[in-house]
Design a protein. Structure first.
Lengths: 106, 160
């Protein structure tokens, strides 16, 4: 079951977990709005570096990158990740990047 | 979905083998990724996980483990522990999990706190098996059981 709501002026589908159902509906404006909804505003260059890495890595690998992958491959240290996306970065990063709820253990 | 949680988790690590070190570290890291406050307490053999001289060389012992598909008589042969350890380390790395020292750095960078058990440190120092100076630099301190009771107030506790 998906639910649809208007985010930044466009219709966006969300899955049962509340994450975006279709990554192709994502845009930078959508990301800004979703981030604002969960208290992350404004998005800085470093936020964008994380988001862009997640989206391109997902496209290349077909899997949502783990936080460890964002640090080791994406080049954003753990400490900084937790500052950029405080209190539960794994889900917040995926949510803002328009990806599904991450299921990895790391 | 993203409400801040006041959930607290305390994980007690009492075993120092490779296979018993990872569960605590994985759970601690997972909790931090969910925004949960994490304190880790290392006691008895669990101290090896935060001992600079041992943490990179934790072993997986194949004997006395009925889950292993090889008989004890084979698992006890010279070199089997090192071989089993090497295989497990390779698998762990292959799944994207870091080695112990790096994992502890990740956990502390994410805000997790590490403490060593005072009784165990005293005992192992007495037996000349370790020195307090051997503790990993990220360890916050050496604390007693009563301190742990204060620290773990309102926390969920996992004993490994």
């Amino acid at each position: 079951m998906t639910t649809q709501r208007v985010v930044a002026g466009t219709a966006v589908d969300f899955d049962d977990d509340g994450f975006m159902d279709k990554p192709e509906q994502w845009s930078e404006d959508v990301a800004e709005t979703l981030a604002g909804e969960i208290g992350i505003s404004p998005l800085t260059d470093r936020h964008w570096q994380v988001i862009e890495f997640c989206r391109s890595d997902f496209q290349a690998q077909g899997e949502i990158p783990t936080l460890r992958r964002i640090t080791t491959v994406g080049g954003v240290p753990t400490k900084e990740l937790y500052k950029l996306f405080p209190k539960g970065p794994a889900k917040k990063v995926a949510y803002v990047s328009g990806l599904k709820k991450p299921s990895g253990c790391i | 979905m993203f409400e801040d949680t006041d959930r607290k988790l305390c994980i007690i690590c009492s075993k120092g083998t490779l296979d018993m070190a990872y569960p605590g570290l994985v759970l601690a890291n997972a909790a931090l990724m969910e925004g949960i406050d994490v304190t880790m307490f290392f006691t008895f053999w669990g101290l090896d996980i935060i001992n600079e001289r041992k943490m990179r060389n934790l072993k997986f012992v194949p004997i006395g483990n009925p889950s292993m598909p090889i008989p004890n008589a084979i698992g006890g042969l010279p070199g089997m522990t090192n071989m089993a350890t090497a295989v497990m380390k390779r698998e762990i790395a292959g799944l994207g999990f870091p080695p112990i020292d790096e994992f502890l750095e990740m956990i502390t960078d994410a805000g997790g706190k590490l403490y060593a058990c005072k009784m165990s440190v005293d005992m192992f120092e007495d037996m000349r098996m370790m020195d307090e100076d051997d503790l990993f630099e990220r360890v916050e301190g050496v604390v007693g059981a009563t301190d742990f009771m204060e620290m773990s107030k309102d926390a969920q506790i996992i004993f490994i």
